[in-house]
Structures are given as structure tokens and as C-alpha cells.
Design a protein around this ligand. Structure first.
Ligand code: ZN
Length: 247
């Protein structure tokens, strides 16, 4: 843990005015971008997708965001535009995140390197985002401070608890490291997702969308719930984030 970080020792009395001031500042500053992204898609042809089942479907937006200019150099398109076009191939992503020109790679190598890069990055982010109090702001301007109660990554976006719109993690550089923070009743915090909880979420989801497309993809509802929940749970296991309200 980053115990040398001075803000870790803030008492609730000291923290309160800081949060108040920042809430006020965030409300008054400009609203978030129109297109907020959480994941960047990893592109694979249908056959390759079957062949390389272990290839990630997405990487976190934060992985690729710092390499915007390389993306533009290699592909003459913005990240947002590329999302609409289906993302980038594994070897294209590797070139971008290593800030170099694209060169062809063997698909298996590209995927393995991508997986490794993603894992390393997640380790760094687990350490960086652990026990931080983070500000989220929705397009309607609602501001919420959400505490990360463990050493694990957190989502870039959540749903605003006041209006349900997407709320983006803003002002990243001012995240407060407060390992001893005591969240109040009604506060939302990040904890580790459990497999049981993942199933509960997926049960609702499957009930809702079963008749649309899902019944074509899965044998039974239970099968859909099990498989989707397992996927969710393993996404960043053992520290896949879950957002809960303190009771
Ligand atoms: Zn809102």
C-alpha cells in the first residue's frame, strides 16, 4: 500500500470540506464529453474469434487512451471512430500501446502479448486505484464520490444514482487515497464482485432479454446465467469490481 501518501491520513473532519469544495468545483466545470467509453474493442474475424477463444474481447479504455497520438499516426482515425468501426486487431493494439509503427505479428503471439500487457496494466491499476475516493459526474451534472474499498480496479463509468445517466470518473489526478475512510449509510462503494452476486445480476438480465436474442444463443436460461456470470466474475478476478450501497 502507498502508505507514504500524505492524504491517506485524513480524518473524516478533514476530508469533509475537501469533498465539499471539489463537488462544488466539479459541478461548475464543463460537462463530460458526449461519447464516453469504458472499453475498447479487440477486433478479430469470426473464424479467429472461434480459434482464439482466450483473446480478450475488450481492453479497458484507460489502456489505450494514453496512446491516442500513436493511434492517429498508425490508423489516421480517432479512438472513438475506431470503436464505431469495431476496434483494432491484437497486433495493431500492441503497436499502438508500444508507441511504434505497426508490423505484422503471428496472431498467437500478438494475443499472448496483448494478454500479458493487459495483465501488467491491471496490476498497476489495482495498486494505483486501491482505497481511493473518486469523483464521478454525469451529463446532468450530478457529482458523487465513490470509495474503492479494496486494492482493485474500478470502472470508468457507472450509472448516476440520481438520474440513471452515465456518470464518468472525472478529475482522476485528484483521487484521494484514504484507506481508513468510513463510508456512511447510503454511500456507494466498490467491493470485489462475488460469483453469487454476478449470478444474481445476470439472472435479472437474462429474464429481461431472454426473448430478444438470448434464447438463440443459449440452451436454457440457467445455462445463460451460469456462463455469463462466470465470464463477468473472471473478467478481473479476484478483484472484479462491484458497486454497492452501504446499508
Ligand atoms: Zn445524474
Amino acid at each position: 500500500m502507498n502508505e507514504n501518501r500524505a492524504d491517506g491520513m485524513l480524518s473524516p473532519e478533514e476530508l469533509e470540506p475537501i469533498i465539499e469544495k471539489r463537488t462544488d468545483e466539479l459541478r461548475r466545470s464543463s460537462s463530460p464529453k458526449e461519447d464516453i467509453m469504458i472499453n475498447f474493442p479487440v477486433l478479430l474475424g469470426r473464424n479467429d474469434r472461434k480459434r482464439y477463444e482466450d483473446c480478450p474481447r475488450f481492453i479497458l479504455w484507460e489502456f489505450i487512451e494514453p496512446h491516442r497520438s500513436q493511434v492517429l499516426k498508425n490508423h489516421s482515425r480517432s479512438l472513438e471512430r475506431l470503436v464505431k468501426l469495431g476496434g483494432l486487431l491484437p497486433d495493431e493494439i500492441m503497436a499502438v500501446i508500444e508507441d511504434r509503427e505497426w508490423k505484422p505479428m503471428i496472431m498467437r503471439d500478438a494475443i499472448d502479448q496483448l494478454k500479458q500487457a493487459v495483465m501488467l496494466k491491471e496490476d498497476v491499476m489495482n495498486a494505483k486505484e486501491g482505497f481511493n475516493l473518486m469523483s464521478y459526474r454525469c451529463k446532468a451534472g450530478h457529482v458523487e464520490f465513490i470509495w474503492n474499498s479494496r486494492g482493485g480496479i474500478t470502472p470508468f463509468m457507472v450509472n448516476c444514482r440520481e438520474c440513471g445517466l452515465i456518470s464518468e470518473h472525472v478529475d482522476w489526478h485528484s483521487d484521494l487515497y484514504v484507506p481508513l475512510h468510513q463510508p456512511k449509510k447510503g454511500d456507494r462503494i466498490f467491493i470485489d464482485l462475488t460469483l453469487e452476486k454476478a449470478k444474481e445480476y445476470r439472472r435479472e438480465y437474462v429474464e429481461k432479454y431472454w426473448d430478444d436474442d438470448m434464447k438463440k444463443m443459449f440452451d436454457t436460461k440457467e445455462d445463460a446465467i451460469q456462463r455469463l456470470a462466470k465470464n463477468d466474475f473472471e473478467r478481473f478476478a479476484p478483484h472484479t469490481p462491484d458497486l454497492v450501497t452501504v446499508t
